[in-house]
Design a protein around this ligand. Structure first.
Ligand SMILES: [Fe+2]
Length: 223
């Protein structure tokens, strides 16, 4: 309808949909357990780098980060065993000293100026992916109770409309058995273990295979 001030917007009973888009429950703060994962908090411009598959260097012409360079490769499948191409895999892990470059990491451990600790890859036509990073240090996640987290790599998998977050563990790490998430996995823990395999690539010290399955009885454990 119009008046002297211009068009007057009025919401009638039949066209008021805003209440359907309003939360019906109280908002909840993000639990600490999620924040302890040190999900990267970065401006979008910081993650559009050319060499996001290689976390061992901030840029190709920069020095390699401290520690042992490793490679992780594998496939991504759905519950039917179908290989998933074009999925986005985001990776983040602590540096060689067990420190995240994250505003909430107050450990005081050494920051490596040559290690950003995050990267992204997209699965290829065969549903395969590969990235390089620095072998992460274990870290004392809960100093109050002396709980260590064994070395691990965080991975976020976005395919279609879903996003799943998981962690890859390393074989034979002393704190694997006492890790709360590993305990939660029970017998399926092995599915979240990277499997060491031989590589002839002189640029890296160790190579791991980590095959990811989203859904079904052989699913990778997701948080
Ligand atoms: Fe972590």
């Amino acid at each position: 309808m119009m008046n002297s001030m211009g068009r007057k917007l009025a919401i009638g009973e039949t066209d008021n949909t805003s209440d359907q888009r309003t939360p019906r429950k109280r908002l909840r703060s993000i639990p600490n357990t999620v924040r302890e994962s040190f999900v990267p908090v970065v401006p979008a411009r910081a993650i559009h780098r050319q060499n996001e598959w290689d976390l061992t260097r901030i840029a190709p012409n920069r020095p390699r980060a401290e520690g042992s360079p490793i490679e992780v490769k594998g496939t991504l499948r759905n519950e039917n065993g179908t290989l998933l191409r074009g999925a986005l895999i985001e990776i983040w892990n602590a540096n060689h000293h067990g420190r995240y470059r994250h505003v909430e990491d107050n450990s005081g451990l050494k920051i490596d100026e040559n290690f950003l600790g995050m990267g992204r890859v997209i699965t290829d036509e065969c549903g395969s992916y590969c990235f390089r990073t620095i072998s992460p240090g274990a870290y004392l996640a809960r100093p109050d109770i002396g709980r260590w987290r064994p070395k691990h790599i965080h991975l976020s998998i976005s395919c279609g409309t879903s996003r799943l977050v998981t962690q890859m563990y390393f074989p034979d790490e002393p704190n694997n058995a006492s890790d709360p998430m590993a305990i939660l996995m029970g017998d399926s823990f092995d599915r979240n273990l990277g499997q060491l395999f031989e590589t002839k690539d002189v640029e890296i010290d160790q190579s791991y295979e980590f095959n990811i399955v989203v859904g079904g009885k052989n699913a990778t454990f997701f948080e």
